[in-house]
Design a protein around this ligand. Sequence first.
Ligand SMILES: *[C@@H]1O[C@H](CO)[C@@H](O)[C@H](O)[C@H]1NC(C)=O
Ligand SMILES: *[C@@H]1O[C@H](CO)[C@@H](O)[C@H](O)[C@H]1NC(C)=O
Ligand SMILES: *[C@@H]1O[C@H](CO)[C@@H](O)[C@H](O)[C@H]1NC(C)=O
Ligand SMILES: *[C@@H]1O[C@H](CO)[C@@H](O)[C@H](O)[C@H]1NC(C)=O
Length: 357
Amino acid sequence: MQVQSIRSLQIGQKMFSQYLLAIGLVVTGSIVAAGPCDIYSSDGTPCVAAHSTTRALYSNYSGNLYQVKRASDGTTKGITSLSAGDVANSTYQDTFCEGTTCTITIIYDQSGKGNHLTPAPPGSAGKGPAAGGYDNPSSATAAPVYLGGKKAYGVYIASRMGYRNNAASGTAKGDSAQGMYAILDGTHYNGGCCFDYGNAETSSGDTGAGHMEAIYFGNCNVWGIGAGRGPWIMADLENGLFSGEGAKLNSANPSINHRFVTAVVKGKAGTWAIRGADATAGSLLTFYNGSRPSGYNPMKKEGAIILGIGGDNSHGAVGTFYEGVMTSGYPSDAAENSVQENVVAANYTTSYGIVER
Ligand SMILES: *[C@@H]1O[C@H](CO)[C@@H](O)[C@H](O)[C@H]1NC(C)=O
Ligand SMILES: *[C@@H]1O[C@H](CO)[C@@H](O)[C@H](O)[C@H]1NC(C)=O
Ligand SMILES: *[C@@H]1O[C@H](CO)[C@@H](O)[C@H](O)[C@H]1NC(C)=O
Ligand SMILES: *[C@@H]1O[C@H](CO)[C@@H](O)[C@H](O)[C@H]1NC(C)=O
């Protein structure tokens, strides 16, 4: 991010760049060393969940990003970043998993709230595809990626895979406000239900409209749809995927299939928004910003966290997750724009030196 460009970001009367300068997060020249969660924190909407297998999301975070388990002897290893605020040390994983296979058994919460994700328990609906045992963990090697030329691995969700935390702390409940973003593979999706990241039921069961508020990505057309054939960024609000206020088409919500997609959903009393972008270039666009759908006001969020599944553990969907957060409070558009600039600067590519859009 250019220092010049953040100088133009204003949050209320507070100059965002001056704030970052004051807390020492701008490296003079061109790079802002602040992580996405530092940006939300200075916006007054701190991360209460911060998940990534690819990098630290705070400039000061140097703990475990995720845990892998190897098939050969069933032992586990925590994978940290190369240094505080940096990309994952994939060599740790490559060394530990050499000659065997590994799965991702824990995605640690970097926020300090302890909201770690582990393979999701059975859906309490107790019928159909949501029933059955725990979801399978993701392969640790199925989604290789480079950030600024440093190799890392994303979370590749195939059918019957997913992660959950039903006892999360600090996440939004009821009609209280939250924000979320996730970086996803815009070319890995399907029409199944439901590749989600965000706020869901604590019971692993469908407790009704408004009991979820999660990012959805894919081309499921059972509920809401956007323009074209998808995939779309929508919100899973339970008993419905919403592309906007209406129950069906929001033609302002485009198909978005960049190799790396930034997906944003946020909600507060009476209002919510969907935003999206190419995670490797350009700015966030707003696909919806307005009233709650009928039957979803007020919201009844429960505060559990899901990844790769629906609220009742429907696990027919596929997708790939690289990083994402949930905040406490409704983030400003400017903070989200700044997070997008941070993600672009992280420089996600599919191979060393190649930029693919
Ligand atoms: C790390 O950074 C976050 C957000 O910028 C801040 O809230 C937290 O106190 C910092 N942690 C430490 C140990 O300094
Ligand atoms: C990354 O992991 C490798 C393998 O365990 C280790 O040798 C190396 O020191 C680590 N790099 C850093 C910067 O910690
Ligand atoms: C992104 O990373 C690649 C290495 O994968 C590097 O060649 C390229 O110069 C980087 N781009 C930017 C804008 O830093
Ligand atoms: C969303 O709507 C609110 C209220 O009208 C407005 O203040 C805000 O600028 C809008 N944001 C975007 C990104 O359109």
